[in-house]
Design a protein. Structure first.
Length: 1072
């Protein structure tokens, strides 16, 4: 018995050791840097492509009982706490795998991380880097926070053709539509294709992962979910399946990775060791499709990663690829066209056929520069109306269908659904009626998932059995008055507009004058401006204001969302005239007031694009600017105060519309008469915009003879002191605006933008670490009191808002004139002795005041860090003070010229004003905090535009400008403060306006600074012109080469003929 026990114990020990060996072997195989038996392979470069972590639903279907707006992080595909933790663990995994290859500390020369311009991918990258590069003892800047900021670079979505597989490319979209319409893509459901499976799978899958807080529809059993999951996985095999799609989707990513490996192998890129892409499932699928290895079982789960390793052996370079799908084991990718590890040459040759030299030319994109350009608004609207008219001619209501038809329609996007049997439809002739099925299919192929509905339980049905809205159940304010007003205007036979009628009725003398064209105006937030686009709309329509529209929403997408209403007329997204970017709002109009009411009730809060739309009644009444200006004096005589809603009702009852309507206009537009605002006490804070300078950094420039040139962080990089400065600045903002800023970070309330420079990106991250410390609900790691918050960037050369050194030949020429002006040169002459000293000791010409910054910058940095760095012996305290004094004076020349200010700083001022106008106009209702992380010249440029800057205000590290938008009794005001480094925040007193300044007067002061199109004003060539010249140059070179070869050939032939020797033959005797 005892012997049996020993045998059993021995067998258990052997089994335990065997399992331990298997586990250790598995871990070792998973972590080894180079999975090859030959140890002579050396790893030179690692490139990684990962999918973001777990997120909230990005899509939805109409009958989903789980309200996606209830997700705490937001309903737009935002990263969850689980997603942050997943990416943090992935970063730790990469650290373990490449422990002997990657440096222990972050270095900007060795590491580069790029992300798509989505919150979830930027945050995923930040969380990953937190696990990959925990701060070492030397890097710690906060004993209580084991984290360091590492920059993540991004590119605007529409321009990101490398990582964003949905970037604007008409040919690619057309090729993808052909896939979904192909016969092999049908699922057997009458109104549902594989392409729609993502809209069903995504919200259900998210709810299933977070089933403790969210619900799954009752009809989704485990069996049904598995079938949906299977169909979804099958659908992903079609996303990038054809050569036409692959040509545009993923090819640039492939070639960017190949070019980087070629640069590394050739010695051109010696230092880079790790390059990472933070992206989406589509990005990984496109890459795997190009490798010809993707299948339905390989769909990338959250935090999936592809590793591309560049190996070297005996001077030859090889490529080895791995794929880790979510939490599964890392597996090598076996390529059909090449044995692993694959020769870099063979790998490159495989993809030589998909190289596209010019994206825009290949996609047939029309060049859109920063000016509006292109077709006029009128032409666009005419074409749009023709399109809508043609579609409305076909889009009659669908009658009662079978239960099966209606059941299938629930899976369609909301924009494709039509009114059903209970709703009254316009009378139609028999010739125009057609069957329901073709109608739905026709609408399906014209639409592309425009709208995602939230749970229908949020919106109660207020249609009675007759199909009309029940007024008792409809609670929207002043809508009945609006409806009656338009009806009364329609019955009038006079050709003048209602506001023109008011003016002519009240002042009989105007009847004798010639009629002028109506000048339409808008009123919002106490501001009034003329809007010529209103002339393009039917004055008798019923119009809705559509707010909080994302950048992806176009006129077509907005029209698809409202096309289901029979009397829908048109839709228009308002865009910036310079950049052609959406301003975040638009309008839709209807002919029938019942459709107007239904649309407001049914569509408010529904998803159009990636955001829930916010609908309001558009104030289309009383917009004649001339009538308002003529009656300014009459308003003061009358002295009446009547509210808008009451005045409309009063006018309807007693037919006093002309009189009271004019009084209302005059009261709303008081600023037109006087243009001045009596100083009021500060109102309620509505919006905070800030511009800060980065924290302490290493020298960004140096002079040739400086003995102290080596900084471990690199050139112009943020130091530990700089991180701490920005962290303290974040604490200052939290303390000052504790009662205004949200406790928790929210992507709808907070937006951060930075220049695409490491030190400004890292400064923003350090600032946000203090400004939004995670509370107990946000904590994803009990040992790390930090949460990733996205910081968005724009390429340096294109960033004319924050980068005051963006390439602009016209501005650079003007700046040179400033430095050589008599005023600047007189300062050089007055300090000739100091300039001579600098010529002798710096190695610089020192002929202008501009060069003083090249001397001051490294000396100033060394002075701050004198414990580790030294300044030259010739720099005495007196010399240093004089250099500092001259540098401070030189900053007043950076942006002092009115001509230079047209290019430098004006775009920032306009950007800030436009955001305040949108806030005052209730467009960006949720936005509370917008921050710019930039440089000293950015702050100086803004202060110069405010006409308050002088040499005593040079922004030190972590200086900040605060721009507050206040509301007081329906009017908006602007007040600003400047906090220079560690000093207290002081108000900025503007010469042109009291403190606080009315938003209208503030805007009016800068109405003339708006620059023209950036490319044309700067003398830059647009991308389209550059491409044309490139091809023209190539053609010219080929032509010259051909002509040269032809001439050389002709010369050769001629020379051969001339050198030929002819011999005289002897004559015969007979002949002689």
């Amino acid at each position: 018995m005892h012997f049996n026990c020993e045998i059993r114990f021995l067998m258990q020990c052997i089994l335990f050791l065997f399992l331990l060996f298997i586990t250790a072997s598995s871990v070792h195989d998973d972590l080894q840097s180079v999975a090859t038996d030959d140890e002579s392979f050396k790893l030179h470069l690692v490139q990684a492509i990962w999918r973001h972590g777990d997120r909230t639903p990005a899509l939805n279907f109409s009958l989903n009982p789980d309200d996606i707006a209830s997700w705490a992080e937001g309903p737009d595909g935002e990263l969850t706490k689980l997603g942050i933790l997943q990416q943090f663990r992935l970063g730790e995994y990469l650290r373990n795998r490449y422990q002997d290859f990657l440096p222990n500390h972050y270095s900007s020369n060795l590491i580069y991380v790029r992300s798509t311009d989505y919150n979830r991918t930027i945050m995923s990258a930040l969380a990953n880097l937190a696990g990959l590069f925990p701060p070492s003892a030397e890097e710690k800047w906060n004993e209580n926070l084991p984290w360091q900021p590492i920059p993540v670079h991004s590119v605007p979505k529409n321009m990101d053709y490398v990582l964003n597989m949905e970037a604007d490319c008409p040919l690619a979209k057309k090729a993808q539509e052909n896939i979904w319409q192909s016969a092999e893509n049908k699922t057997g459901l009458e109104f549902l294709t594989l392409h729609d499976m993502v809209r069903v799978f995504d919200p259900i899958n998210c709810a299933k992962i977070h089933s403790d807080h969210h619900v799954i529809p009752d009809w989704v059993t485990e069996e049904i979910f598995e079938k949906i999951h299977t169909l979804f996985n099958i659908s992903t095999t079609f996303w990038m399946s054809t050569p036409e799609v692959k040509k545009f989707r993923g090819s640039y990513l492939i070639w960017e990775i190949i070019d980087r490996m070629k640069a590394k192998s050739s010695g051109m890129e010696k230092r880079l060791k790790f390059y990472a892409y933070s992206a989406h499932d589509l990005t990984l699928i496109a890459f795997l499709n190009h490798l010809e290895v993707y299948s339905k079982s390989m769909f990338p789960a959250y935090c999936s990663i592809i590793l591309i390793e560049l190996l070297e052996k005996d001077g030859q370079y090889f490529v080895q690829l791995f794929y880790k799908n979510g939490s599964t084991k890392l597996e090598p990718l076996e390529l059909n066209f090449c044995k692993s590890p694959c020769s870099l040459f063979d790998f490159e040759q495989k993809f030589s056929g998909i190289y596209i030299p010019d994206w825009k030319d290949a996609c047939k994109l029309i060049e859109k520069t920063m000016s509006s350009g292109g077709k006029s608004f009128q032409v666009e609207m005419e074409n749009f109306e023709k399109e809508i008219a043609a579609q409305n001619a076909r889009s009659h209501a669908i009658g009662s269908g079978s239960g099966r038809v209606q059941a299938n329609l629930q899976f369609l996007p909301h924009s494709l659904q039509r009114p059903f049997s209970n709703a009254q439809t316009p009378a139609q002739s028999k010739s125009t009626m057609f069957n329901p099925t073709p109608a739905v299919n026709q609408y399906y192929h014209q639409s592309a998932a425009a709208v995602i509905e939230a749970a229908p339980s949020r919106y109660t049905d207020v249609l009675n059995r007759a199909g009309e809205a029940d007024a008792a159940k409809f609670t929207s304010q002043v809508l009945p008055q609006d409806v009656n007003l338009v009806k009364s205007r329609r019955t009038e036979s006079r050709p003048t507009t209602s506001t023109a009628t008011l003016a002519t009725t009240f002042n009989s003398s105007s009847k004798s004058k010639a009629k002028k064209p109506a000048r339409n105006l808008r009123t919002a937030g106490g501001c009034v401006w003329e809007d010529l686009s209103l002339n393009e709309w039917d004055p008798d329509d019923f119009r809705l204001f559509c707010g909080d529209l994302g950048n992806e929403v176009s006129d077509e997408l907005l029209s698809k969302a409202f096309r289901k209403y029979p009397s829908f007329l048109k839709a228009k997204v308002v865009r910036d005239k310079r950049s052609n970017k959406t301003k975040g709002y638009g309008f839709v109009s209807f002919k029938d007031p019942q459709d107007f009411i239904r649309a407001l009730r049914e569509m408010d809060g529904k998803y159009v694009g990636n955001r829930p739309i916010k609908l309001r009644k558009s104030s289309w009444k009383d917009r004649n600017l001339d009538a308002v200006r003529k009656k300014c004096k009459e308003k003061q005589k009358l002295g009446l105060r009547i509210s808008l809603a009451n005045s409309v009702e009063f006018g309807m009852k007693f037919h006093w519309v002309p009189f009271i309507g004019l009084v209302i206009i005059l009261m709303l537009n008081n600023n037109i008469c006087s243009g001045t605002v009596v100083q009021q006490s500060p109102g309620e804070l509505r919006l905070l915009q800030v511009i800060w300078r980065h924290g302490d950094r290493t020298p960004a420039m140096n002079f040739p003879l400086n003995p102290d040139k080596v900084w471990s962080e690199g050139t112009g990089e943020l130091t530990k002191l700089g991180i701490l400065q920005q962290y303290e600045l974040g604490r200052f903002l939290r303390h000052r605006y504790e009662n205004f800023l949200p406790k928790n970070y929210s992507s709808h309330e907070v937006f951060i933008r930075s220049t695409d420079v490491n030190r400004t990106l890292m400064s923003a991250l350090a600032n946000l670490a203090a400004l939004f410390e995670p509370n107990s609900d946000d904590m994803w790691n009990k040992n790390l009191s930090w949460q990733p918050i996205p910081v968005h960037t724009v390429s340096r050369d294109l960033d004319n808002v924050l980068n005051l050194e963006a390439k602009c030949p016209a501005a650079e020429k003007l700046q040179i004139e400033v430095w050589h002006s008599s005023e600047a040169m007189s300062i050089v002459k007055a300090n000739e002795a100091l300039f001579e000293l600098l010529r002798l000791n710096t190695g610089l010409p020192m002929n202008t005041l501009e060069e003083i910054s090249t001397v001051y910058d490294p000396l100033h940095c060394a002075k701050i860090h004198e414990d580790k760095h030294s300044i030259p012996h010739w720099v005495t305290d007196e010399v240093y003070e004089n250099i500092t004094r001259l540098f401070n004076i030189s900053t007043t020349f950076w942006c002092s010229s009115e001509k230079v200010k047209k290019f430098r700083g004006s775009y920032l001022v306009v950007d800030i004003i436009e955001r305040m106008k949108r806030k005052a106009g209730y467009v960006d209702e949720n936005l509370k905090f917008y921050a710019y992380s930039a440089h000293d010249e950015t702050l100086i440029g803004f202060l110069e535009h405010m006409r308050v800057y002088d040499a005593t205000m040079v922004p030190t590290y972590a200086s900040i400008i605060l721009i507050e938008l206040l509301e007081l009794r329906g009017k908006y005001y602007v007040q600003m403060y400047f906090k220079n480094g560690n000093n207290s925040a002081v108000p900025l007193r503007l010469e042109f306006c009291p403190h606080p300044c009315s938003l209208e007067k503030f805007e009016k002061n800068f109405k003339d600074i708006t620059p023209l199109d950036w490319f044309s004003a700067c003398g830059l060539q647009s991308m389209e012109t550059i491409a044309w010249k490139k091809y023209a140059s190539l053609f010219f070179i080929l032509f010259i080469l051909f002509v040269s070869m032809f001439l050389a050939q002709m010369a050769f032939i001629i020379s051969q003929r001339r050198s030929a020797k002819y011999v005289q033959l002897p004559c015969d005797a007979a002949d002689s």
